[in-house]
Design a protein around this ligand. Sequence first.
Ligand code: PEP
Length: 248
Amino acid sequence: MRIPFIAGNWKMFKTKADAVKFAEEFKSLYKGTDIQAAICAPFTDLEALAEIFKGTDIKIGAQNVHFADEGAYTGEISVSMLEEIGVDFCIVGHSERRQYFAETDGTVNLKMKRLLDSSIRPIMCVGESLEERDAGKAFDRVRSQLEQGLADIDAEAAVRIVIAYEPIWAIGTGRTATGEQAGQMCEFIRNTLIDLYGEDTADQVIIQYGGSVKPANAAEIMNMAEIDGALVGGASLKAKDFMEIIDF
Ligand code: PEP
């Protein structure tokens, strides 16, 4: 049984003071649902969020991590640093990191393996560009990201993975994939996971859609058969909007 999972991705928004304000409001609105909720926040907000959400079902996530245990990697954060402050999830391979910070399928794979060796569950982002979609290459692109990102990860570890399908053309653009487009790709992702791991394992993997999800379209997305949740950028910045999406 897959528990639906909706995560916010704050990107580089909210200082610690902003995060505390949000968390207090969100905690007061949150009455507990059948949906797992999480906020993926900037590193500097995580400890404060962990403290405020302690004792609730609201989880916290980071937006990136380094794959090495420790070392001379100026500006980076390790998995054990995140574990120590109680981080539950970590986004890996977001298209903005692929575009601006040289994230590749190879580094995604290293990060996935390191996270799966820890208590933190990875949310691995995949998705095609507009050019790839227009050229009829969307499915090939996503399959290749899955095969490379999940290389050498076994079925036992794979059940802890969350896959977020985020078509690049729908992120932060206000242009959402239709329920049909999102559902079709998420079904393709499930079938690829069946090829890689077999049906029992693939059935347990949470697949989210991300790309301009907001209160008005959350139900259409969440009601598609192979979509188990959403990764929400802009609309997760306001506690009321994010709560409305969770209550879709
Ligand atoms: C995201 O950043 O993962 C995202 C889906 O952003 P938005 O909801 O703003 O399109």
